[in-house]
Write a protein that binds this ligand. Structure first.
Ligand SMILES: NC(=O)c1ccc[n+]([C@@H]2O[C@H](COP(=O)([O-])OP(=O)(O)OC[C@H]3O[C@@H](n4cnc5c(N)ncnc54)[C@H](O)[C@@H]3O)[C@@H](O)[C@H]2O)c1
Ligand SMILES: O=c1ccn([C@@H]2O[C@H](COP(=O)(O)OP(=O)(O)O[C@H]3O[C@H](CO)[C@H](O)[C@H](O)[C@H]3O)[C@@H](O)[C@H]2O)c(=O)[nH]1
Length: 330
């Protein structure tokens, strides 16, 4: 049996493809390359360039490749863009996901792993935030994802399909073997931006707010290393294939780092004292988001291996240098 990875030419999906290959699994990638890259998909892996909302295409792929599980990473992921283009987000992340889930249910795909997000919690009242906290997303991105969670819950009651909804906190770092990292040309994620500043690829960086009710006034997040996150998916796949019941798990380490902590670490690891400007708050940023992450450990037996911010930063630095060379050669 094979796993269909949508968004497998992107950052996290691409690491999932590596994880599946390393585990000896068969993989097929479906990606429209809107933000992904064909070079990110290892040679020998079937890359189908197309849209996961295209039901004729998806039906063909499911039939041709004996797919028993779909890992659905494909999405638009930029929160501010979701505010200015909500319909684009509801189309891509919600309506097209509905098409994909329909194909899965009708063709008898047994398992569905969904990339959800801590953004479904909005501004949590307490941290760490556990899976049963109120689901009150504050932007179209979070809402577009939450609706997919609801669809899966309903579809699993009506069809022979089990799911794992994994709510990622802040994903960071790169493949420890240096094969892949975050390649998006429009970086919005903190560690990537700080690393680019350290390498001189951008002129310093802004801190969006130092007046939050947090220990140092900057926002606190739970950064999870991408290979550790992929491990949670591989465990979820095994668990579902062995007959496990559908589940929803936060994916994070259960500890918070402030924006200023992260910048200090990037400066220390890179040895570069780049310019840091204190700017105003960015709209829609919750002060703190820390995962209540006992479920993923207890239900899936997940044990992180890369829970060190220095390691994540070093991986991101190494990858950003490599990416610069890849772009230079292109
Ligand atoms: N990066 C994070 O910190 C983070 C946090 C929480 C959740 N997530 C979720 O993880 C998933 C992967 O995110 P990422 O950071 O790897 O983003 P990414 O942009 O690198 O990857 C998304 C991939 O999906 C593809 N894609 C988008 N729409 C498509 C469509 N209609 N048909 C086919 N392919 C399509 C893109 O080309 C890209 O390769 C997303 O679902 C995102 O919501 C990411
Ligand atoms: O140049 C920058 C970039 C970011 N930040 C700050 O760093 C923190 C982290 O920001 P990121 O953009 O790296 O990540 P977010 O927490 O905004 O969001 C990420 O994690 C969320 C879940 O926690 C969602 O899934 C979302 O898709 C994903 O981008 C925020 O306080 C942000 O204001 C800065 O100060 N300067």
């Amino acid at each position: 049996m094979s796993v269909l990875v949508t968004g497998g030419a992107g950052y996290i999906g691409g690491h999932m493809v590596l994880g599946l290959l390393d585990a000896g699994q068969k993989v097929v990638v479906l990606d429209n390359l809107s933000t992904g890259f064909s070079w990110a998909v290892p040679q020998g892996v079937d890359l189908i360039i197309g849209d996961f909302g295209d039901q004729a295409l998806v039906d063909r792929v499911l039939a041709d490749h004996h797919i028993d599980a779909i890992a659905h990473f494909g999405a638009k992921i930029v929160v501010p863009e979701s505010v200015t283009d909500p319909l684009g987000y509801y189309l891509n992340n919600t309506a097209k996901a509905r098409n994909l889930i329909e194909c899965a249910a009708k063709s008898g795909v047994k398992h569905f792993i969904f990339s959800s997000t801590a953004a479904v919690y909005g501004e949590p009242k307490a941290n760490p935030v556990f899976e049963d906290a109120p689901l009150t997303p504050i932007n179209p991105y979070g809402r577009s994802k939450l609706m997919v969670e609801w669809m899966l819950e309903d579809v699993a009651k009506a069809h022979a399909l089990t799911y794992a909804i994994l709510r990622y906190f802040n994903v960071a770092g790169a493949d420890p073997q240096g094969r892949l990292g975050q390649a998006s040309p429009v970086a919005t994620h903190l560690i990537k931006i700080a690393v680019q500043a350290a390498l001189g690829f951008r002129k310093g960086m802004d801190v969006y707010g130092t007046d939050y009710p947090t220990p140092d006034g900057s926002c606190v997040r739970d950064y999870i290393q991408v290979t550790d996150l992929v491990d949670a998916h591989l465990l979820a796949l095994d668990y579902l294939r062995q007959g496990g019941e559908s589940l929803t798990c936060n994916c994070g380490y259960g500890r918070g780092l402030s924006v200023l902590d992260v910048i200090r670490t990037v400066k220390a690891v890179s040895g570069v004292d780049f310019e840091v400007r204190i700017a105003g708050r960015r709209a829609g940023d919750p002060a703190s988001l820390i995962a209540g992450a006992t479920h993923v450990r207890d239900l899936l037996g997940w044990q992180p291996k890369h829970d060190h911010v220095e390691e994540m930063v070093k991986q991101a630095l190494d990858w950003e240098r490599r990416l610069h060379n890849i772009k230079g050669q292109a």
